[in-house]
Design a protein around this ligand. Structure first.
Ligand code: FPP
Ligand code: MG
Length: 322
């Protein structure tokens, strides 16, 4: 990842100052909460995607920076909301806003950031980008709602799971890459290639997220492992295990997933069932396939440092630990 951040070091520095500049509000309380989450060391993956794809497409202007800041605002708004929905206590190694200030401020500051993003986009005046970003945020909400509807449902199918993660995560990754393509004014073929690249990367990103929720450690991840099981989220490692599980194992998983008090022993036992049926390997394999597809999408572009960086970013997403 270092080669990626070195290549766009100037843009990344300007991104941070632009983020600060654009959070304009008279209400200090809003700034306090926004700064808490936005300065907490996020990976800035979505902004990096806008910046790299814009440059890949030969964009020479400056508008990719405010758009990169805006996409981070939208992402941050969804995290504020998501942590309320998931009852999450930690994120990026710190207490969540809902833990520190409560649910109401988290939801409302999320609303503020979300509205601010669209206000800023309206000022920038690119109708196509506005459409892409609006469609993506609608998908985010749909994905989160689909996920809610499938909570505690051990009969959730792979197709349903993929539909959820496509909406809740891949849609914004895909939009980020398409924004870069629009700024660079490339042809429809290249634009579609980048849209697909973002989609494949986003799918891989969420699959990794769902693996790490079973395999990582709180201190490494910066958030609590086992949250999915506790919150009744049936993700691919579990879905795959459930398909081959014996009736007794299925019943046990059903009891655990419906219980809000998942003990460490339960988590270990479910982990063992997942291991027995290769749920993690299966999911990692699916991740690898999305990453391979993403790299193929880049074939539409001639060699450049930006193309190389996007491929490096894809590899990073496959192997990421946080
Ligand atoms: C994190 O997933 C959540 C998302 C990727 C999307 C959240 C979307 C919303 C809350 C709805 C839309 C809101 C707005 C403002 C448009 P996760 O819970 O799997 O990941 P985590 O482990 O990092 O929490
Ligand atoms: Mg969550």
């Amino acid at each position: 990842m270092e080669t990626v951040t070195q290549l766009i070091a100037d843009d990344l520095a300007r991104l941070e100052s632009t983020i600060q500049k654009l959070i304009t509000t008279k209400i200090g309380f809003i700034k306090e909460i926004v700064n808490h989450i936005i300065r907490s060391g996020g990976k800035r993956v979505r902004p990096i995607l806008i910046m790299l794809t814009a440059r890949l497409c030969g964009y020479k202007g400056e508008k990719h920076i405010p758009y990169a800041a805006i996409i981070e605002f939208i992402h941050t708004a969804t995290l504020l909301h998501d942590d309320v929905v998931d009852n999450a206590q930690t994120r990026r190694g710190s207490s969540t806003a809902n833990t520190l200030w409560g649910n109401e401020p988290s939801v409302l500051v999320g609303d503020f950031l979300f509205s601010k993003s669209f206000e800023l986009m309206a000022h920038n005046g690119n109708e196509e980008i506005m459409r892409i970003m609006s469609e993506a945020t609608t998908s985010l909400a749909e994905g989160e709602i689909l996920e809610l509807l499938k909570t505690c449902d051990i009969d959730t199918t792979e197709e349903e799971y993929f539909e959820i993660i496509k909406n809740k995560t891949a849609s914004l990754f895909s939009a980020a890459c398409e924004v870069g393509a629009i700024l660079g004014r490339v042809n429809q073929t290249k634009r579609a290639a980048l849209r697909d690249f973002g989609y494949n990367l986003g799918m891989a990103f969420q699959l990794t997220d769902d693996v790490l929720d079973y395999t990582s450690y709180d201190a490494v991840l910066g958030k609590r492992v086992g949250t999915d099981l506790k919150e009744g989220k049936v993700t691919l490692p579990l879905i795959h295990a459930l398909v081959s599980s014996a009736e007794k194992e299925k019943d046990y998983i059903n009891t655990v997933i419906n219980n809000t008090k998942v003990t460490a022993r339960d988590f270990v036992r479910v982990g063992k069932i997942i291991k027995k049926y290769g749920g993690v390997e299966y999911t990692t394999n699916a991740t690898r396939q999305f990453i391979e597809k993403a790299k193929l999408n880049l074939q539409a572009f001639k060699p450049s440092a930006y193309k190389e960086s996007l491929a490096t970013l894809a590899d990073y997403i496959l192997g990421r630990e946080t």
